[in-house]
Design a protein around this ligand. Structure first.
Ligand code: 5GP
Ligand code: ZN
Length: 136
């Protein structure tokens, strides 16, 4: 099977601005940053998204994302960071190799987070129960 774009980045077939690498995890600058320093933290091995990444590896990705968040805050002087992961086409995933975005944010940079909506009557309890039943 043909390698995906991030698998090609991991092996150096496509150039990138690498900021971190260990045996399992790789991190590099997003080519279209929200703000300069926007980093993608990925497993070296190809997994499509959060639903496929093994638990232990996901834990390690989280630890690296935290390490990168500190480095972004200190390195480019961000006021804060957003950490996000798009999983599935309808959640905005465009590259189907799991990745965590770590995005520097600044006071007044103009980006807005998604808007919430109110729950309808009884909806919150019903939805909470549906999810509790599925926790494994
Ligand atoms: P998604 O929407 O799948 O969560 O985000 C994919 C991200 O990958 C986008 O922010 C996009 O800018 C970034 N990206 C896509 N192709 C490349 C590439 O070839 N190199 C780098 N460094 N980033 C890429
Ligand atoms: Zn891949």
């Amino acid at each position: 099977m043909e390698k995906c774009i991030f698998c090609q980045i991991v092996v150096g077939e496509i150039p990138c601005e690498k900021v971190y690498e260990d045996a399992e995890v790789f991190a590099f600058l997003d080519i279209v940053p929200v703000n300069a320093g926007h980093t993608l933290v990925i497993p070296k091995k190809h997994y499509e998204n959060i639903f496929e990444v093994p638990d232990e590896l996901f834990g390690h990705l989280g630890v690296v994302a935290k390490k990168v968040a500190h480095a972004i805050k200190d390195g480019v002087g961000a006021d804060g960071v957003n950490v996000a992961m798009n999983n599935g086409k309808h959640a905005g995933q465009v590259v189907f190799h799991a990745h965590i975005h770590v995005m520097p944010r600044y006071e007044g940079d103009g980006y807005q987070l998604w808007k919430g909506r109110e729950y309808k009557e009884h909806e919150r309890g019903e939805v909470g129960e549906k999810i509790r039943k599925q926790i494994r």
